[in-house]
Design a binder for this molecule. Sequence first.
Ligand code: ADP
Length: 262
Amino acid sequence: MIKGYLKNKYLRYLNIKKTLKEMDALNERLIKEKEIRQEFFANASHELKTPITSIRGYAELLESDMIKDEATKKDMISRIKKEADHMNMLIADILEVSKLETKEIRPEVMKVDIGLLVGETIETFKPRADEAQVSIYDYSKPGTFVYADYSHMDEIISNLVSNAIRYNRKNGKVWIYAANEGGFLELRVRDTGIGIPSSECSRIFERFYRVDKGRSRSSGGTGLGLSIVKHILSYYKGTIDVRSKLGSGSEFTVRIPERYEA
Ligand code: ADP
């Protein structure tokens, strides 16, 4: 009788100990998540301050009447516009990150025709590619598909293609390949661009990490694109890999299970 009572008590003690350990782990996770969020917002406000400071500086100069030359005035106005566009892009990416962080949001899964999406993406980016004198070639297999949220796939392809143009060189090339292979969607975006130092290849997926901040900023980058891609891929148990040679180009490979499993 006493033995049974002690055994029950001991089991209860073990249960409480286990619950306390789980609570500790949860608490630790929450603290870590809070730290990550705080760091993100600190970085985001720092990034937003840069264009605001420039816009303010140009506006003050124009207001002061110190600039007499019309061409310089025009140049300043176009710089203000560029900074405002940059802010817009930053805000859009920051909102995208916080949307992805809201765990309640469930992807609207449907059969997405990746061949068509690649074609549309190329159309969208054609003016930018022409301006940068970069040619895009599509080797995607017709009928390539994946079950996923259309906007998520659009985000992934657009980010990779826009980077392949942005970090390319004059008369550069971009090759896109998409196919279904072994139950996966495989998407490759290769460019003849500036490449990435091997020591930085894993870091480029971190939020706001940029190899060359100046080049990214001046060409409209926010430093968030690849972190958004990686975050989206985690929904689908997908992966992204990069192979790059400094000065020769980069190849990004995305693999996503064809059929989405929550
Ligand atoms: P960004 O808006 O700065 O392009 P991303 O998150 O998309 O931000 O990429 C992070 C960094 O990775 C970029 O700033 C750039 O340094 C590097 N990078 C990404 N794609 C390429 C590429 N195709 N070629 C060379 N560097 C790249």
